[in-house]
Design a protein around this ligand. Sequence first.
Ligand SMILES: [Ca+2]
Ligand SMILES: [Ca+2]
Ligand SMILES: [Ca+2]
Ligand SMILES: [Ca+2]
Length: 401
Amino acid sequence: MKLARFLFAPLLVGVLAAAVAAQTFPITDFEGFPTPSANGSVMFRQPSYSGSTRTFVDLNPPEPNNTSQVVEVGIAYSGTKSSRAVWQFLPDKPDAWLRLTTYTPPTGTQLLPNPAIAYAHALRFKIYVASGTPDFYLTLGTRDNANTAPIGGNGGHTGSIEWVGATSGDPITGGYTRPIGKLITAKDQWVEVVFNLPIEPCLPFASGTGVPPANGVLDGPQGTIECLAFTPVQPGAIGPYTVYLDDFEQVAVWSVSGNVELRDFGGDITQVPVTVELRQNGNVVRTATVTPDPSGNYVLTAVLPGTYDIAFKASHWLRTVVPGVVVDEADVTGVNVSLTNGDVDGDNEVTLFDFGALVAAFGSVPGDSNWNADADLDGDAEVTLFDFGVLVGNFGAIGDE
Ligand SMILES: [Ca+2]
Ligand SMILES: [Ca+2]
Ligand SMILES: [Ca+2]
Ligand SMILES: [Ca+2]
């Protein structure tokens, strides 16, 4: 079994969909804290706390500017309480970003400090952004410190920091600042943010500041939530920013596996990448490329609980969609498909265009000027009458949308 490169939709933030059963590990719903809590005392410090971003924060507006506290103001995803952070950037700071940190000094009395997270599971929470707040990218900073605390326990504040969910950022020596994570644009509504830790893209914050240095890899098996990083989409957008957070938890993810039959093919199927799309409500929520083993078996790892239509497409085969695959509290097996051959041009139909493409490549072998690997339908490294036979046999077939 080989897994090829993974592609995914790193910027996707899901609207709240009907949930299936899931194995979850709660971190906090903020219901157990007195309100309003002292500024910077529960999970997150005040916005100006981080030395790396405090020079961007405008300290002049009156409270609640520069506060992070548990509040009970009618905006909660669960119960009546949530965590609210409010800040504003100084003008003329195009490099402004905010590192909303968790941290407990040795003499500190912070509650819920440095929550531990297990990298085998996804981290998810809910966010509500008040209207008027500029759009931003949200990235998770994790201390990659292999702590042994229970999930949500104090994982400590040592260890290098990795940017989870970041696909780019401002490069600095050995790492990145202003990380570009998940795009958050929804206003005045709760949306779900998921960092699927086993497969999430990751960049190092900076090397040399932890042991081992940040390397863009979650070395695990655990880390701690060090911060949430907020990077304005429009550089320097002043704000104010008003953000509510609720229901931090981890959720177990599962594999989906089965067999892909690539019909009418005698070549090496382990060299045929198969594109797998996970779709929900018609939207592609994740795209991965898997490569079958010699028997055609594939495994797609780290699938979030949910109900999916799963689409399979390989180069010159038609797409097949398996509807209604439920992933809840166990690995899913037996998601098997059989793909129809003959789609030389890859448009998901077997038509005269494929016939034309095959004619153009007829008689060719690899290295010839008219060689077309996708016209070699049967995989014998030559475009011959046998390939015509495959095309004719499937002529007119149309793949699933
Ligand atoms: Ca709550
Ligand atoms: Ca690491
Ligand atoms: Ca075609
Ligand atoms: Ca052939």
